[in-house]
Design a binder for this molecule. Structure first.
Ligand SMILES: Cc1ncc(COP(=O)(O)O)c(C=O)c1O
Length: 415
């Protein structure tokens, strides 16, 4: 293993707990990840030693809190290769970051007849905001389809990204199929046609090395809680010129420069987009999760997940009646395995697995159009992170076998 999971697991107090009398096997990391003690401590430290509102105080606590909050912004910029801290806006989550772009950029710069290119594998967070904007402005949404391997159809990329395209908003990595999309090629094509590119990085930033300048994206959205950080902190990266020309998203305190009774002017970016008191404590704790991941090295995180996904697929393939979705090659797939097992509803499977201490996700994974495209109502999904190890798949397989015995038992007619 590229990562010393034995040592890492010691850092996560929750992994010591049992569920229904069994050791916890947490395989729901695409939904949210667990937190190491250093992140929990960082949150406690904020509230116990330097809690204060930021940017406005002149006392020591306010200065400390402001310093830590702004240092985290710089750390985020470094983590994703952004040129400057002013490229980073703190939001609540990926969803809010995408809504920010839809409202603050889309409302101002898009008009009837313009096209936005999405894909059929999008999370609802990168779909519904564009649907609402399209209705309001008379825009057309185009959808790049997927092939049988769960990869974007290359011909659709060519067909749909063209002269009318103003934005390509696409997931970097699918939260269901695990597909890692060729976003640099997509960005090149979009830019040739004068369109901008928004990447939904909710699944990629936590699991792969991501460099916004190498990918040449214009916007990147992701969430701290999916990368060992606290809930309630999201990030929007955007090119500085874009942030400067965009309208404010929310308005009120902090985001202003001068306020008169009838009108106001805006603060510099990125603060123009951070109205009101932000989530100071969680942003400061997010700093500790960025350090934790940087110490591990994102190349190592990725290599570890390739090993996990290969082993998980190898074990799952032996389960009778299983269908596994998404790319066959682990090189094009993140640490996510979605599957269905004949005769067992994913919710039933999830319930049986829970009794074995195994947490997976069952449902539509906030990707209902993708479920329709795959012709299923739901799937089971096991998703991995730095603390998972192949031995945990024993419990997963045992749970699946128990579910198979339960739901495939011969029916007694009573005759
Ligand atoms: C690909 C993708 N996009 C967006 C989101 C939304 O993230 P959040 O709920 O943190 O806003 C998720 C969360 O599961 C996701 O997997």
């Amino acid at each position: 293993m590229t990562i010393d999971t034995k040592r890492i697991r010691e850092d996560f107090p929750i992994l010591k707990r049992e569920v229904h009398g069994k050791p916890l096997v947490y395989l729901d990391n695409a939904a949210t990840t667990q937190k190491p003690q250093v992140v929990i401590d960082a949150l406690v430290e904020y509230y116990s030693s330097y809690n204060a509102n930021i940017h406005r105080g002149i006392h020591a606590l306010a200065e400390e809190a402001t310093g830590k909050y702004e240092a985290t912004r710089q750390k985020v910029a470094d983590f994703i290769g952004a040129p400057d801290a002013s490229n980073i806006v703190f939001t609540r989550n990926t969803t809010e970051s995408i809504n920010l772009v839809a409202q603050a950029w889309g409302r101002k710069f898009l008009s009837a007849g313009d096209e936005i290119v999405l894909s059929t594998m999008e999370h609802h967070s990168n779909l519904v905001p564009w649907q609402i904007l399209a209705k309001e402005k008379g825009l057309t949404l185009r959808f790049i389809d997927i092939d049988d391997d769960g990869q974007l159809v290359a011909a659709d990329i060519e067909r749909y990204i063209g002269e009318k395209t103003k934005l390509v908003a696409i997931t970097h990595m699918s939260n269901v199929l695990g597909t890692i999309n060729p976003v640099r090629e997509i960005a090149d094509r979009a830019h040739q046609h004068g369109a901008l590119v928004l990447l939904d990085g909710a699944q990629s930033v936590p699991h792969l090395p991501v460099d916004v300048q190498e990918l040449d994206c214009d916007f990147l959205a992701f969430s701290a809680h999916k990368m060992l950080g606290p809930t309630g902190v999201g990030v929007l990266y955007a090119r500085k010129e874009l942030l400067e020309e965009m309208d404010p998203f929310m308005s009120g305190g902090e985001m202003i420069r001068r306020v008169e009774l009838e009108e106001s002017t805006w603060n510099d970016v990125p603060w123009k987009f951070e109205a009101g008191t932000p989530n100071i404590g969680d942003v400061c704790a997010f700093s500790a999760s960025l350090d934790y991941l940087s110490d591990l090295g994102m190349e190592n995180v990725r290599a570890h997940e390739i090993e996990l996904v290969q082993e998980a697929v190898r074990r799952l393939q032996n389960v009778p009646g299983i269908t596994i979705y998404g790319p066959e090659s682990a090189a094009s797939k993140g640490g996510v395995v979605a599957f269905n097992i004949e005769d067992i509803h994913p919710h039933d499977l999830g319930t049986v697995l829970d009794r074995h201490g195994v947490a997976i996700r069952a449902g539509h994974h906030c990707a209902q159009p993708l479920m329709k495209r795959l012709d299923v109502v739901a799937t089971g999904r096991a998703s991995f992170y730095v603390y998972n190890e192949p031995t945990e798949f024993d419990a997963l397989i045992e749970g699946i076998e128990a579910a198979a015995r339960l739901f495939r038992a011969p029916v007694h007619t009573g005759a």
